[in-house]
Ligand binder design. Structure first.
Ligand SMILES: *[C@@H]1O[C@H](CO)[C@@H](O)[C@H](O)[C@H]1NC(C)=O
Length: 284
């Protein structure tokens, strides 16, 4: 009798311990925070997350600057690559001294190395721009929809001085840096930054690439506005839901793809992309 009672106690205890392990086990694993290159990485499961694939820009990848509502410049801006506006017409591109080509399908500017396109130019330009803007919006939706971020709300949006490993980053807030930020990884590594608020890059702040990282593999998806402070420098493809404002002397290696306006002030934009102006995005 007492032997059976002892056994019952043992079994009850074992069941209780098992239940506690089962209850605590899952949240304990999910809650693990590991230190990685000085950043807090949220591990969602024991398996490392698969690397991200590039965001497909398709025909939007032809452009150094693409905007739906206009591009303005003051001072001596330099754009290396093509520029376009749609659905707004060419009158919304100011400060470029645009010279119309004889076929009226594109214009040129001493400030822009590639051709300049607007929705009111001659065929085939309007259709080409309609598709490019749809591709730009598709790329934004693709970037915004990538699930399971590797890092959530890193630095509560203050990413000053951080070194970012490749991966998917998500913030529900503004993202700000005052003087420096580094993307560290190889030429095939991909970064996708999902930003729920604005991006504010401080005056003189410099974004650096190390380890062979390429601007064409860094995608900033910004729900708000982007402001690049005076003399700042950034790297990456900026897919912005609203305006991208370049303050005096600021620069970007990558592309400014804005769903409202792009404003430039003695700014420099150099398109670095696998997409080619004449053949499109061959590697996408
Ligand atoms: C850059 O990445 C390499 C390769 O993953 C790593 O060995 C190195 O520690 C990283 N550097 C920094 C500063 O994070």
């Amino acid at each position: 009798m007492s032997f059976i009672k002892f056994n019952q106690t043992l079994v009850t205890t074992a069941l209780l311990v098992t239940a506690v392990i089962l209850l605590l086990g899952v949240p304990m694993t999910e809650g693990i925070l590991t230190e990685k290159h000085g950043n807090l990485r949220r591990q969602l499961d024991a398996e490392p997350s698969p690397p991200q694939s590039r965001v497909k820009l398709l025909t939007a990848g032809k452009f150094a600057v693409l905007s739906k509502t206009g591009v303005t410049t003051t001072g001596t801006t330099g754009v290396t690559g093509a520029m376009g506006t749609s659905p707004i017409s060419a009158t919304a591109m100011t400060g470029f001294g645009l010279i119309m080509d004889s076929g009226n399908a594109f214009s040129t500017s001493t400030l822009v190395s590639g051709n300049v396109y607007a929705a009111d130019y001659e065929s085939p330009t309007p259709n080409m721009l309609t598709v490019a803007v749809l591709d730009m919006q598709g790329a934004y939706v693709d970037a915004a929809g990538r699930p399971d971020p590797d890092y959530a709300d890193l630095g509560a949006g203050s990413i000053e001085g951080l070194t970012l490993d490749p991966g998917l980053y998500k913030w529900g807030t503004n993202v700000e840096l005052t003087s420096s930020l580094t993307f560290n990884g190889s030429s095939t590594d991909i970064w996708i930054l999902q930003i729920g608020g604005d991006v504010k890059v401080g005056s003189g702040a410099i974004v650096e690439l190390t380890g062979g990282a390429l601007a064409e593999n860094i995608f900033w998806q910004i729900a708000g506005k982007t402001t690049l402070g005076t003399s700042s420098h950034v790297e990456g493809v900026f897919l912005c839901n609203t305006q991208i404002a370049f303050e005096t002397g600021s620069s970007m290696n990558g592309a400014a793809l804005a769903q409202t306006a792009v404003t430039l002030d003695a700014a420099t934009i150099v398109k670095t992309s696998v997409c080619d102006a004449t053949v499109g995005c061959v590697k996408d």
